[in-house]
Design a protein around this ligand. Sequence first.
Ligand SMILES: [Ca+2]
Length: 327
Amino acid sequence: MNKKTTLATLIAVLIALTQLIHPSAANPAAVLGISPTVIDTRNLKPIGSTFSINITVDDVEKLWGIQFMVKYNTTILSAIDYAFLDRWGFANATRLPSLINETAGFVALARAAFLGDNFGLTTTSPVAVARIDFTVDANGTSPLDLELKDEDLDFFGALTNIKAAPFQNILLSDGQFSNTQLLGVHDVAVTNLSISATEASPGDIINIQAVIVNKGDFNETLDVRCDFNDTNLIETKRNIVLNKGTNQTVNFAWNTANIQYGKYVIAVRAVLSDSAPGDNMQTAAITLKSAIGSGGLPTIYLYVGVAIVVVIIVAIVIYALLRRRGK
Ligand SMILES: [Ca+2]
């Protein structure tokens, strides 16, 4: 081994060591919703009257483009107008086709900012981005359903961020209209998330427990997902029956045998598009350390220690080689 090769090996070893220390982050799902959730105005919205709904976005980072549709019952309602609320620099936005289709019963809205015109919308609370106006045609009930995709109508929507990368994980929160009956809401929540350890070693089993609650007016059957770092699935409990007003404890076990050292965020989420999606997920943080690291010596010192030993060995080798060449 000559001096150059030795140095290259040393650098490679140091780079490899730095790769062992990796940060992690978790992103919540983006939310597209209707506000108010329920237009429940018995006897207050007679035939011929008008009302408006706002479309809101939540938990988005650098939102740059938006395309979606709202479907409704054309017997009960007519969509008459829409407007974008240009509150985050969409004033100069390119106009993608937006339209009202009174025959099929949908409003399709789309808008994107010019690239470079702004830095997108970042928010962790609901922000209204568009408004739709309706007139009431008849007494009855109509859904106000948000859709991102309808293959029959050849419609493919998205929420897109500044890098033109669609948000992969989007919760849709629908609305309802009625002028004849009291409307109930669908609303479940994840509460009381606990994990058996906040520090552990790879190979440990982490027990995860949460309570799901049905706060709404309907009996529900739903899946509950447990993930780490956003959408890396640990397990899904399927078809849990949760009657209104009841709660249920769910348990998961995370086998960390093939998980690297690092910080992780465990999330338990109720998979249901409900009226208040903000409480459908709970998270908890956990750090996986080496056995020595968890015994009190932080993991980074272990890596530094190994690196120092490697450097000393390499130095000795170089010294030995140089001495031999010198003779
Ligand atoms: Ca909820």
